[in-house]
Design a protein around this ligand. Structure first.
Ligand SMILES: Nc1ncnc2c1ncn2[C@@H]1O[C@H](COP(=O)(O)OP(=O)(O)O)[C@@H](O)[C@H]1O
Ligand SMILES: [Mg+2]
Length: 412
């Protein structure tokens, strides 16, 4: 069966570039010139996922398109493209509706992004109960007590879990917190080497030795904690994926949990899977930070995680961290797509991250003045519940917008 298509009923000069961008993203664009064409498509049973309509130039025709999208029990979401001024005139608040608005001028990448987001939302399970995760400000009060257990997880690799876990731990340490960083990625974990810690004794080593000596492994983790020069302590679960089967997931999670007694924050980096160890960690964690990069595979993975978390009952503990956030994709779009509020943003900083890892350090220690270090500090403050007041720049920005609007009003 053909894949669901994206109908593009935009003015002629916009149709082609938008279709090309969607096609390049492996979507199925169909350019539409007249309502009869859309009618014929739908009549032939072609599934349309989203229709991009012009909300401005020929309103009568757009209304015809819109009617077709809702005829005969159909409910195809429309993406209305219009100018900011026209949007203001429409004055829509489209709560509850699947339709969305998009303002000119736009880049084809941004419209492609929005269409993909609409398609992901369309596929995401919707049981009618609305967003699973609250989209208002996060309540952080229960974070601030000592001994917070924070897991970092997204079922997709390469989104920045390890980077965020390590630098969050470093930022918390620099704030004077006692931090235990746990490398819980028993398959591809490399925290100890990236922090320049050699010959770290792992939890698996301990379990094997105890087994060979015919004794129970010790309950406390103290002997296993490696000290990083920054002040944080590091626990590595395993240095070989082959030996992980020796670990009893529930006991490992319980052992990590005891870190709360001696540390202010326990940060656990995980391997991207839903295996027993990770599920045992999810059960105990106070918060699960979900790094998301602004690309469709990472977003899909986060939507999947949200659904899994809902099924397993920990959706209310998820909080997204947008990584490589300065890519031009709107954070609001990402939040709406995934249904998770963003706790913090981390910008791209490949050079600093690589340099720091080469030296066995973190960007917090090596590049404390770089903007990316500041991003991690803001994240750390959110995690321990002491978010700082809005910077002055923010209020200036909104004042500027206000003045801009006034000038508009005067001119109009
Ligand atoms: N904000 C960022 N800017 C630049 N590079 C990043 C950023 N975050 C992660 N990376 C790089 O992306 C790669 C994957 O990151 P990593 O933290 O190992 O992801 P994961 O643990 O989710 O697999 C690494 O090479 C890392 O240095
Ligand atoms: Mg990793």
């Amino acid at each position: 069966m053909a894949r669901p298509a994206i109908a593009i009923a935009l003015p002629r000069d916009e149709r082609e570039p938008v279709a090309e961008a969607l096609h390049a993203a492996d979507l199925e664009p169909i350019a539409i010139g007249r309502p009869e064409e859309l009618e014929a498509l739908l009549g032939a049973g072609r599934e349309i996922a989203v229709a991009i309509l012009d909300g401005e130039q020929d309103l009568d025709t757009s209304l015809e398109y819109y009617a077709l999208l809702h005829e005969g029990g159909r409910d195809i979401p429309a993406l209305m493209v219009l100018s900011p001024r026209a949007l203001e005139r429409v004055g829509v608040t489209h709560a509850g509706s699947k339709d969305e608005y998009f303002t000119r001028p736009y880049s084809v990448e941004s419209i492609r992004w929005r269409v993909e987001a609409m398609m992901i939302r369309r596929l995401a399970v919707d049981d009618g109960s609305g967003s699973v995760i609250q989209t208002g400000p996060l309540s952080l009060d229960d974070w601030s007590r000592n001994g917070t257990f924070v897991a970092v997880f997204n079922p997709k690799g390469g989104v920045g879990k390890t980077t965020i876990a390590v630098n969050l731990a470093a930022a918390l340490t620099a704030m004077g917190r006692r931090v235990l960083l746990v490398d819980g990625d028993t398959v591809t974990g490399h925290i100890s080497s990236s922090l320049g810690l050699e010959h770290v004794r792992t939890l698996v080593d301990e379990v094997i030795d105890a087994h060979e000596a015919g004794v129970d492994p010790p309950e406390a983790l103290d002997d296993l904690l490696a000290a990083h020069p920054s002040g944080m302590q590091v626990l590595v679960l395993s240095s070989s994926p082959l030996r992980t089967s020796l670990l009893d997931p529930a006991r490992v999670a319980a052992a990590i949990d005891t870190g709360r007694r001696t540390h202010d924050v326990v940060v656990v980096d995980l391997h991207p899977d839903y295996d027993a160890l990770n599920r045992a960690v999810f059960e105990r964690a106070d918060r699960i930070l979900v790094p998301v990069t602004p690309d469709v595979p990472a977003l899909r993975a986060a939507v999947q995680l949200r659904d899994v978390a809902t099924a397993l009952g920990f959706a209310d503990r998820l909080a997204m961290v947008v990584n490589r956030a300065n890519s031009g994709v709107s954070v609001a779009d990402i939040e709406r797509t995934i249904g998770m509020p963003a706790l913090a943003l981390v910008r791209s900083a490949g050079l600093q991250l690589v340099k720091a890892a080469n030296e066995g350090r973190t960007v917090i220690d090596l590049f404390p003045r770089e903007k990316v270090a500041e991003d991690f500090r803001v994240l750390a403050e959110q995690v321990v519940g002491v978010p700082r007041a809005k910077p002055e720049g923010a209020s200036r920005l909104s004042l500027g917008a206000l003045f801009g609007r006034r000038r508009e009003a005067v001119r109009a």
